[in-house]
Design a protein around this ligand. Structure first.
Ligand code: NAD
Ligand code: ZN
Length: 381
């Protein structure tokens, strides 16, 4: 982790036997997309799935990179936002992939944030019983989280991500220059997942983030700082290692849900709207997980406060009181926690911490204990 920052693209392997693939991370990598695809799948055609915003900034670059290496491509552009993870859009994307004559041996390129990765990845898993796909993540959240690990999904009327498949990409290409066009608020929300990896399993990385987060946010390499690339590579390495050991979340992969039980309840209470982005909800959820763990005397209050302080310093919310608009009632939050899919036989699963970098899965948390804790947090001014 404390290895010197490197200038050349970093490669992180996701080791899953014959479904292994590389995550390549570096500034300006988009130009190499066509050559990499032509090497992996000679002669393949590609359908690029993207959203209207990403298309404006990055579609031409992706198409040119493919054309330069003789990869014929077609484009499928969907509206921006979570609403595109719907049955309707799934159908449209599948039909468009078929209409573009993408066959077995060809591939789908998911160019965008987590919405596009989830939608295009799920379409790739279904069309012709499974097409190869490449993730080209363009948000920080997608570069460190959603593009890695093969979870794909759309939303159901009953909840988020309830219809989907495990379908691993054949390559993840994370061009960190793509993040230059990302709104700061989206970047900051993605940073919550970076902090999550540090806080769940890598105390040294957390110290590094405390010292270098400003450079991660600025990102430019002009003064020789590769802090952004380093943070993304360390995050991907953490996720890749966990996914390689527990691809289908039967155990350890649940640790990646640090902050997500409380976070999802807050996100749902805000109607999955712009009021609270996913990463913002996760930051609030992580802070609550640390505070709850300290309340259980699993770690000192000072250590919990150190974790929470870092999230606050980069401008992320650290509990319900940081959320704009009216706060949900404790009853509503408890209902939402009970409905969360991370529930095993009626007991919600919480990821708690014994310290910074020491998360664990806890299934023995009682409803009354959570209710009392959340009531206190909601009452904080
Ligand atoms: N599959 C997984 O393992 C996994 C993990 C975490 C999250 N997710 C999913 O990811 C989704 C959230 O992903 P997200 O935060 O990337 O949201 P997103 O895909 O909606 O992107 C956020 C916004 O940024 C815009 N955008 C994307 N890249 C841009 C760029 N480079 N420049 C300018 N604008 C850009 C998008 O158009 C959108 O408006 C959720 O649906 C969540 O369920 C999936
Ligand atoms: Zn998340």
């Amino acid at each position: 982790m404390t290895a010197p920052l490197r200038a050349d693209p970093a490669t992180v392997k996701v080791a899953l036997g014959d479904r292994s693939y590389d995550i390549v991370i570096g500034r300006g990598l988009m130009a190499s997309l066509g050559a990499r695809i032509a090497t992996l799948r000679p002669g393949a055609n590609a359908a690029i799935v993207t959203d209207e915003s990403v298309a404006r900034y990055h579609l031409a670059g992706a198409e040119a990179a493919l054309a330069d290496s003789g990869v014929a491509s077609s484009r499928i552009i969907v509206p921006v936002g979570e609403a595109s993870k719907s049955f309707r859009m799934f159908e449209q994307v599948c039909e468009a992939i078929i209409a573009a004559r993408i066959e077995r041996g060809d591939l789908v390129v998911a160019l965008g944030g987590g919405v596009i990765g989830d939608l295009a990845g799920f379409a790739a898993s279904a069309v012709r019983r499974g097409l190869d796909y490449v993730q080209v993540p363009t948000t920080l959240l997608a570069q460190v989280d959603s593009s890695v690990g093969g979870k794909t999904a759309i939303n159901s009327a009953h909840g988020k991500n309830l219809i989907g498949a495990f379908h691993q990409p054949i390559l993840v290409l994370a061009d960190t220059a793509a993040l230059d066009t990302l709104p700061t608020r989206e970047f900051r929300a993605g940073y919550a997942e970076v902090a999550k990896y540090a806080l769940l399993g890598d105390a040294a990385f957390f110290s590094w983030l405390e010292a270098n987060c400003r450079d991660v946010f600025t990102g430019g390499n002009s003064c020789g700082s590769f802090a952004r690339e380093h943070a993304i590579a360390v995050s991907c390495r953490a996720k890749a290692a966990i996914v390689a050991r527990d691809e289908r979340e039967t155990g350890e992969r649940a640790l990646l849900n640090l902050g997500h039980t409380f976070g999802h309840a807050l996100e749902a209470a805000c109607g999955f709207s712009d009021r609270l982005l996913h990463g913002e909800a996760v930051a609030a959820g992580i802070a609550l997980a640390f505070a709850f763990s300290a309340r259980r005397q699993l770690l000192s209050t000072a250590e919990a406060e150190r974790a929470i302080r870092h999230l606050a310093e980069v401008g992320l919310p650290t509990g319900p009181k940081g959320i704009p608009g009216g706060l949900p009632s404790v009853d509503r939050l408890m209902d939402l926690i009970a409905q969360d899919k991370k529930v095993k036989r009626g007991m919600p699963i919480f990821i708690l911490v014994r310290g910074i970098g020491a998360a664990f899965v806890e299934t023995g948390v009682g409803h009354d204990e959570v209710r009392a804790f959340l009531s206190e947090k909601l009452a904080e001014k």
